[in-house]
Design a protein around this ligand. Structure first.
Ligand SMILES: Nc1nc2c(ncn2[C@@H]2O[C@H](COP(=O)(O)OP(=O)(O)O)[C@@H](O)[C@H]2O)c(=O)[nH]1
Ligand SMILES: [Mg+2]
Length: 239
């Protein structure tokens, strides 16, 4: 199966080349697509020079910080155009462990969406302040109760999709970012009958670079969950 790993970046110069090496170290076939939002720290330049010796590395450069959700959607559209069979998504900052990729490939054989889950077997988060852990945990409880979607970790960003699932979702309509984007993709896939599978992962807070997480991301997710639920209840729009 032809697979593409999408990694969105904003100011990840300390991480990006090490991450590319780590991913290639795990899989000899997987292609990588970096979607960089004009990082002022020159992340895209590093990727461009690596491309000279790496035929499995792709780069999309956007004008400015347009947000995580649209960055992923741009990557998914690239995967559809280029006829990949499987699309993965992962952060650049080593919070997600490339060593978990083989388990994702295994799980996607019999599923449509595989979610790297911090909460499927206890709580597997390292080095987050308690406040952020509680926020994430309650955000997931809230999402589960309101949407009815049976997923323990709906806000995580380490995932794998069969391309057919992405083809069924109108990516141009997705405007959410952050947690909300992860929830929205899961919800739309689930509503379309996708076989969803969570596999346990350990999430480690970043060591290099800084987080782009903000309060707005939380409000956006809290609101989105109701929007998705109400759209389903009243069946307006396709969801
Ligand atoms: N292209 C792009 N990437 C982003 C943007 N915001 C965050 N990222 C990337 O998305 C991933 C997750 O962001 P991060 O700051 O680590 O969020 P956190 O783990 O929730 O604190 C990292 O690879 C970031 O570089 C954005 O606006 N555009
Ligand atoms: Mg991070």
């Amino acid at each position: 199966m032809k697979s593409l790993l999408c990694i969105p970046t904003y100011n990840e110069r300390e991480n990006i080349l090490r991450m590319i090496d780590a991913v290639h170290g795990v899989s000899a076939q997987l292609h990588i697509l970096i979607i960089d939002d004009g990082s002022p720290d020159g992340t895209a330049g590093l990727v461009r020079s690596r491309q000279e010796t790496d035929p499995r590395l792709h780069l999309i450069e956007r004008e400015g910080k347009l947000g995580l959700g649209t960055a992923y959607c741009r990557g998914f559209a690239f995967a559809i155009e280029q006829n990949y069979d499987v699309v993965l998504q992962m952060d650049a900052d080593f919070s997600h462990d490339p060593q978990d990729l083989p388990r994702m490939f295994e799980a996607i054989e019999n599923n449509d969406v595989v979610i790297g889950s911090r909460y499927i077997s206890g709580v597997n988060v390292i080095n987050w302040p308690m406040s952020r852990l509680l926020l994430s945990w309650f955000a997931n409880l809230y999402t589960r109760v309101i949407t009815g979607m049976p997923i323990a970790d709906a806000t995580g960003g380490f995932k794998c999709f069969r391309i057919d699932v992405l083809r069924k979702i109108d990516l141009t309509r997705i405007k959410s970012n952050g947690y909300a984007f992860q929830i929205e993709m899961n919800y739309r896939a689930w509503r379309r009958g996708a076989r969803m599978k969570e596999i346990p992962i350990i999430f480690t807070d970043r060591v290099s670079g800084v987080s782009k997480m903000s309060k707005n991301i939380v409000y956006e997710a809290a609101f989105l969950v109701w929007k998705l639920k109400l759209a389903t209840l009243f069946s307006f729009g396709r969801n």
